[in-house]
Design a protein around this ligand. Structure first.
Ligand code: TYD
Ligand code: MG
Length: 458
């Protein structure tokens, strides 16, 4: 073994440097670099070594891609439909899936439920580093979970875990949590970036070499990265985030990265005493539930993954004592809000330069698509004027920089969803509107310019 090499890794984005520097050149974060020890062997990725780049095996040769047979992934259902949906249709053999989320959000519960169901057909090992075996057993009993075929291990040392795994040969391992893992080969403290990274790397290597599927649980830090080391996101096949508001019983699982499926798919769950229940028809749960329309609220039809969802967006616009008024977006992108407010001023003639603007998406979900633009501006205007939108109104549409309202994909499906849930009016881009001006009892107001849309706000 040669001398151990070190590198500096950005805790925000995972970029790697050979020398320390104050600011990460990739993501611009300050003081985010920490030193990690690279094992001499770990310096060459396992795949590269196996394929012979290190010169030990046959050299790879060039092949016409059309002659290469693509390997069909073997997928197993997790027994939880919403989890399967987010994974892209089930868990792929040998895949490593990182499940991240705030402490207490329900990660251990979700995975224990999944692994208990999968264990009936797939020998499984639940490794706990945070709770004792008695606590895990207590939780399983509380949730009435079947436990046939499920083995458990309370251990945090990766070498010991892998030794047990090699003997017991499970086809699925859950490691809860990755932050508690440590490897003997490093002297750094457990929980440090190097330990988490190297321990995860060992498990990834084991998964790839044996075809064992692995779920890694990771706590998210305040900054939003999984325990600082975003590095893990690069190593694993899929990253799922488990999110939700602490006050709400709904939880949303979202794929942030997925080598085996789409990334915008959402899984929705409701928390209960018997654990997480799937919500296969989540359309209307992100509405605040008030019966009379309130100023500053607009319902949008967003499309996350393959399903349309009705989601309420709320805005509060209030005169600001600050010279630099605040723009706060929860569940939406901050910069997009600033841009939309500029368009509202320039093309809608509405001045909010002296106002604080807060925008919140109800239910703790995050909306990433541009179809939210128009509803956001309608909510902002409604709050500014202190006038609710007409009852039973929905909206969707992208707002362009020159004040045009652009169409969004799957307009008809969105309209159908709104009609199904009893909405009566929809303010939508012209290209998404049916020519007749109505759709299944829904009055459809087609707009081409922001100024036109604003006329329908009150
Ligand atoms: P837990 O799964 O331990 O969260 P995490 O692993 O993300 O830290 O869940 C936190 C607490 O919430 C725990 O005391 C169990 C409780 N809980 C329920 O009672 N019902 C549920 O459906 C869920 C998800 C959690
Ligand atoms: Mg836990």
């Amino acid at each position: 073994m040669g001398k151990a090499k070190t590198a500096y890794v950005c805790g925000e984005c995972g970029a790697e440097y050979s020398k320390w520097q104050g600011q990460c050149g990739e993501c611009g974060a300050w003081n985010a670099l920490s030193q990690v020890v690279l094992e001499p062997a770990a310096a060459a990725p396992a795949a590269a070594r196996r394929s012979g780049w290190a010169g030990k095996l046959d050299a790879p040769k060039i092949t016409a891609l059309k002659d290469v047979r693509s390997s069909e992934e073997v997928r197993v259902s997790t027994g939880i439909g919403e989890l399967d949906r987010v994974l892209g249709g089930g868990l792929v053999e040998g895949a490593v899936v990182l499940v991240g989320g705030d402490p207490g959000i329900g990660k251990s519960t979700l995975l224990l439920q999944a692994v208990a169901r999968m264990a009936a057909t797939l020998p499984s090992l639940y490794v706990t580093g945070e709770e004792s075996l008695a606590q895990v057993a207590g939780r399983a009993a509380r949730l009435d979970l079947p436990l046939d075929g499920l083995q458990a291990l309370a251990e945090t040392g990766v070498e010991a875990i892998l030794q047990h795994a090699a003997a017991a040969r499970p086809r699925l391992i859950v490691a809860d949590s990755v932050q508690t893992l440590w490897t003997e080969s490093l002297t750094a403290a457990p929980g440090s970036v190097s330990q988490v990274r190297e321990s995860a790397a060992r498990l990834v290597r084991y998964a790839k070499e044996t075809g064992t599927a692995v779920f890694l649980v990771g706590h998210v830090t305040k900054e939003g990265g999984i325990a600082g080391p975003r590095v893990l996101e690069h190593m694993v096949d899929a990253v799922l985030y488990f999110e939700g508001e602490s006050g709400s019983r709904f939880r949303v699982l979202r794929a942030f990265k997925n080598r085996f499926g789409a990334v915008n798919e959402l899984g929705v769950f409701a928390m209960g005493d018997k654990g997480l229940k799937e919500v296969p028809n989540p359309s209307a749960i992100f509405l605040s539930g008030g019966s009379t329309p309130q100023p500053g609220s607009c319902v949008m039809v967003t499309r996350e993954g393959t399903r349309p969802l009705l989601v309420e967006v709320q805005a509060l616009v209030d005169s600001s004592p600050l010279s630099n008024p605040r723009r706060v977006a929860v569940g939406l992108e901050q910069n997009r809000l600033a841009m939309l407010l500029a368009v509202l001023h320039r093309h809608g003639g509405i001045v909010v330069g002296d106002q604080d603007v807060f925008v919140n998406v109800v239910g703790g979900i995050r909306v990433q698509e541009t179809a939210a633009d128009l509803p956001v501006l309608l909510a902002v205007l409604s709050s500014l004027q202190d006038r609710p939108l007409p009852e039973k109104t929905v909206a969707f549409g992208e707002v362009g920089l020159s004040g045009e309202i652009r169409p969004v994909p799957n307009g008809e499906e969105r309209l159908r969803e709104a009609a199904t849930h009893g909405f009566r009016r929809a303010v939508v881009p012209k290209a998404n509107a049916p020519k007749s001006g109505s759709f299944k009892g829904l009055e459809v107001i087609a707009v081409e310019r922001l100024s036109q849309a604003l006329e329908h706000a009150g």
